[in-house]
Design a protein around this ligand. Sequence first.
Ligand code: HQG
Length: 189
Amino acid sequence: MKSHTQTSKFLSLILRHKPEQIGPQLDQEGWAKIAELIEAAQQHNVLLDETFLQAIVEQNDKKRFQISDDGLMIRAVQGHSTSTVQRQMIALKLPQSLYHGTASRFIDSIQTQGLIAGQRHYVHLSENKETALNVGQRYGKPVLFLINTIQMHKDGFEFYQAENGVWLTKHVPTQYLSLNDQTNAESLV
Ligand code: HQG
């Protein structure tokens, strides 16, 4: 068996982006049959079993994956780019504001175009600064944008929340964005 991290990355690839690479069918909500996934992985020389999958799902730092209540299916809760998946999610309680962490080199483009989803289905937003900064530092010097979610909601934009707490929306136009104070951002890293 590969390490948890390697397998978790493999699961992200198959359950979020390229299920066709090995074959398991994903439904609209992102679910794949565990038996089908295990068999498809085996055919591509990746050894998996139910116990190993369970351990990966439980120990995953960001709770990226979920196993269905009946134990038969597995999915990624967010982060998809495959068009097969179109999750229906409902936000129960929208916070006043949310953060988006990005890298400083994207500031100009974001201030021109707003936040766009890129390869993924949604723009990913966080309730707290630390999480957003961690997301941003994956691409360079992290900076924070504050999103006026209440005004967006009033203006008819929809927000969703994945089971792991990550907030999602299709696009954040520039008028709802403000760049968070730099020194403030740096003191949190
Ligand atoms: C940027 C990870 C230029 C955006 C994280 C980001 C998250 C623009 C990058 C999840 C732009 C896209 C998603 C514009 C947005 N011009 N750049 N107009 N609008 N961008 O990876 O939000 O570990 O697709 O700021 O924790 O970084 O995979 O999105 O820098 O929750 O579970 O374009 O992925 O979670 O990058 O990260 P991504 P993200 P996992």
